[in-house]
Design a protein around this ligand. Sequence first.
Ligand SMILES: *Cc1c(COP(=O)(O)O)cnc(C)c1O
Length: 383
Amino acid sequence: MDKKLRFNSATIHGGQQPDKAYGAVMPPIYQTTTYAQITPGGHQGYEYSRTHNPTRTALERSIACIENAKHGLAFASGMAAMDTVLKLLQPGDEIISTDDLYGGSYRLLTQIFEKYGLKIHFVNMEKAENITPFLNDKTRLIWIETPTNPMMKVVDIRAITALGKTHNALVAVDNTFASPYLQQPLDLGTDIVMHSATKYLAGHSDTVMGLLAVNDDALNEQLAFIQNSGGGVPGPMDCFLTLRGIKTLHLRMQRHCENGAAVAIYLQHHPKIEKVYWPGFVDHPNHEVAKTQMKAFGGMLSFLPLGGDLSKAKEIVQKLQIFTLAESLGGVESLAGHPASMTHASIPKEIREKSGVVDGLIRLSVGVEDVQDLIEDLDQAIG
Ligand SMILES: *Cc1c(COP(=O)(O)O)cnc(C)c1O
């Protein structure tokens, strides 16, 4: 299809065409490692499935379309996608990263890549100019995560990118929390978009998947080279499931945002709740930035019960019946998490509490159920 599609159409048709063999509307799951050659080296574009697989190609085209990118690349997980980006760097290169970072990303940077000679500066990016003292000739990559987890801080992607470009740094955005439905970082000037497609893109808590999207041809080639050399690629079944998820991304996100807003407002008015972190509130410190780069405010939020100590938070999450107590996010079902003992348990308490992740904090991934059921569930749990 040559016509440039609008977002909701691109999720369904972007980069897709009926299969050439029998006209299958969904790309078949090409569960094959190798491809017959007519003459030595005479193949039809596919030789070996670490390098390419037609089901993966369909997914890679889809993510490129919905991120307004030229190229997409698929990986076995979000972390495998980030790992591939980091392998673009050389010993001695420096990275400036958002400080309130997904725990696994923090671990990959500090426990794996630091030992290969990369230097990483973790910076609160709520004010773009905070990165200026760390920019120098060695700055090769700026890693942005926004909104952040679990404090829901929002980083000004345009402003950080503009600063990074003054030093020719690559700028990458982990777009997992927003999804391309809410924000498209390449349109704001960044070089690389990364996704844990495990979350909103696949959307049904049934597939682990990572994706990258880029515009630059040379950058795409380098990433594809690392992807093929390291081999952190997904299987065709998982590519199929992610592709199927993406087709309803716009419908799910619309409801995630509506339900997220309703739950945030309900909690904000609850007498037993001290604080709700959600970028849609006009008094959220980064609300104005969020408005300029996000279409809506998403279905992720965190809250602190009044006098919120550990036992109160534990009591609430254990009483929830529709919200499932579990890690992860972005699926159709609502999930509740307790960052201090789950996703952020590996971060020392003093460091964790400095960024607001106190023992009483509860994080919600608001799903697409009837919102009244969700509110009633929270009501009985908060008591
Ligand atoms: C889950 C997550 C990741 C890691 O992705 P996996 O698919 O679990 O490897 C990275 N960043 C963010 C923001 C996430 O939520």
